[in-house]
Design a protein around this ligand. Structure first.
Ligand code: MG
Length: 192
């Protein structure tokens, strides 16, 4: 778990990880009371309505290796530029319980895929997890909003851009536009 950002610029660009920068075959397993098991990817899961006696298994999201990671178009077309541009603080804000798999992805898997960033370039990324438990749905959305709110409050960013594939996360972060009307806040919904 990591909450702190290294503040350098007045502009903050935040990316979600799963299905925004990278899609994986990690599945959330829902074990129903009658024994039926549903396997949902993270975007299917964000639209799933919970039943009280569902048992939920996030183990795919806890193992140290990502499950068959694929890089999204946004990663190639936007994220890399933002990371190399040196004009904004760049953060990856994940609802995963740990940043371990993200760090492993950038430092170990990316070079295997032919992306050769220097350590200094990679050090520009702030890896942030919103908590030690796997947060989902509205709780995750609220926690992302709250984290962004704190960064604006603490560091006085005058421009914030947020990329996420979850409608709900976008909706909650959009609320900050009213709360910080003097700040340029932009949210971008990514199609997973
Ligand atoms: Mg996502």
């Amino acid at each position: 778990m990591k909450f702190k950002i290294t503040k350098t610029f007045n502009k903050l660009i935040i990316y979600d990880f799963d299905d925004t920068l990278v899609s994986t075959n990690a599945k959330i397993k829902i074990i129903k009371k009658n024994g039926e098991i549903l396997e949902l990817n993270s975007s299917e899961y964000s639209n799933y309505t919970h039943q009280a006696d569902d048992e939920i298994d996030f183990s795919d999201f806890r193992q140290s290796k990502l499950v068959e990671p694929k890089i999204t178009e946004l990663f190639d077309k936007k994220f890399i530029n933002d990371m190399l541009d040196d004009e904004a603080d760049v953060a990856i804000l994940t609802a995963r319980p740990s940043i371990e798999q993200l760090v492993e992805f950038f430092y170990v898997i990316l070079p295997e895929l032919g992306y050769n960033f220097t350590k200094d370039e990679l050090r520009r990324i702030n890896f942030i997890s919103i908590g030690k438990d796997a947060h989902t749905g509205e709780i995750a959305a609220k926690k992302k909003k709250e984290w962004i709110n704190q960064q604006i409050f603490k560091y006085g960013y005058d421009s914030v851009t947020f990329y996420d594939d979850s409608e709900q996360n976008i909706k909650f972060v959009d609320e900050l536009k009213d709360e910080w009307s003097n700040i340029d806040i932009k949210t971008v919904k990514i199609d997973a």
